[in-house]
Design a protein around this ligand. Structure first.
Ligand code: NDP
Length: 312
């Protein structure tokens, strides 16, 4: 039996383009939804063309045309959705309800991976801070629809995207590491989990035809990447051979800064509060059978130190 066929929805996006790359790299016949709405966006069209040159099939389809979604879904065994869910860019998590309907109608899909790839809403919805909780709430709405429709699924909980969190040494609003002064959130000792986005995509594609991950949440929590902000900063200091000045930012002052921010930034602040001040990602235990680096030891994941080397 050949490898399963994969449809990527949101294939030009930040994580979606890495999922498409990983699907091709792992030898899957890869289909990418090509929305007519993007035809004026040269960067997106270029990304799609580059995937086409690497052997991907571009499938015309739009969320405004239900039948086009059904037809696209009928071409494959596995659907992976990477639709946007970051308020500062665009937040379209609930649009997936249409995709769930299309998968139900098509009736042929053996696995669906919805747009998750962050903190696990199943575990964290009750403690998530407002207004960022909306992301988790909406992902739970999509999960409910998937499960009620009886669609086989895998939820990939990817913890922190390295580009967003490690790049700025876990400082809110920064994506490049400081060289002189670093803001430390609280005591800086709460542990979080950081993953190279390409590794996230590699692991996600590994799950799609693995019976061990059917109807489960899989966590990408490789042991070497579970670090506190202070440990991340120390790793960086070692790489650049210099100690940074540390300024502590209390939780109260951090949350106070929310008042002058717009809604999208407030959502970001509340996610950072949950991760950096509350340590939400490491508050619960998971089993080896739920953790990607244990399930797929053959994947050589990028450590925090190796990731940070790109900024030296
Ligand atoms: P992007 O903002 O990069 O957008 C992804 C894709 O969504 C776009 O490329 C586009 O697909 C599609 N899209 C956007 N608007 C529409 C629309 N109106 N109709 C149809 N499709 C649309 O998304 P991200 O990669 O940042 O986010 C993907 C997931 O990752 C989300 O669930 C998010 O919550 C999560 N995430 C996790 C982070 C973490 O640190 N763990 C950080 C950031 C995101 P097309 O290619 O067709 O144009």
């Amino acid at each position: 039996m050949g490898k399963c066929k994969v449809l990527i929805v949101g294939g030009t996006g930040y994580i979606g383009r890495r999922l498409a790359k990983a699907s091709l790299a792992q030898g899957h016949e890869t289909y990418i939804l090509h929305r007519p709405e993007i035809s004026g966006d040269i960067d997106k069209v270029e990304i799609l063309m580059s995937f086409k040159m690497q052997g991907a099939h571009l499938v015309p389809g739009s969320f405004k045309d239900f039948n086009s979604l059904v037809e696209a879904v009928k071409l494959v065994d596995v659907v992976i959705c990477a639709i946007s869910g970051v308020h500062i860019r665009s937040h379209q998590i609930l649009l997936q309800l249409k995709l769930v309907e299309a998968i139900k109608e098509a009736g042929n899909v053996k696995r669906f991976l919805p747009s998750e790839f962050g903190m696990d809403p199943g575990k964290l919805i009750d403690t998530a801070m407002e207004p960022g909780k909306v992301t988790l709430d909406e992902k739970m709405v999509v999960r409910k629809a998937i499960e009620e429709a009886g669609i086989p699924f895998t939820y990939v909980s990817a913890n922190c995207f390295a580009g967003y969190f490690l790049g700025g040494l876990c400082q809110f609003g920064k994506i490049l590491p400081s060289r002189d002064v670093v803001i430390i959130h609280g005591d800086g000792n709460k542990k979080a989990i950081y993953n190279n986005e390409d590794d996230i995509a590699t692991y996600a594609i590994k799950t799609i035809d693995d019976p061990r991950t059917l109807n489960k949440t899989i966590y990408i929590s490789p042991p070497k990447n579970i670090l506190s902000q202070r440990e991340v900063v120390q790793t960086w200091e070692k790489l650049i051979g210099k100690e940074l000045q540390k300024i502590t930012l209390s939780k109260e002052d951090f949350l106070d800064s929310m008042k002058v921010l717009d809604y999208a930034q407030q959502v970001g602040i509340s996610h950072y509060n949950d991760v950096c001040y509350e340590g939400c990602l490491t508050k619960f235990k998971i089993g080896d059978e739920e953790e990607a680096s244990k399930l797929y030891p053959e994947v050589k994941y990028t450590t925090v130190e190796d990731y940070l080397k790109r900024y030296v």
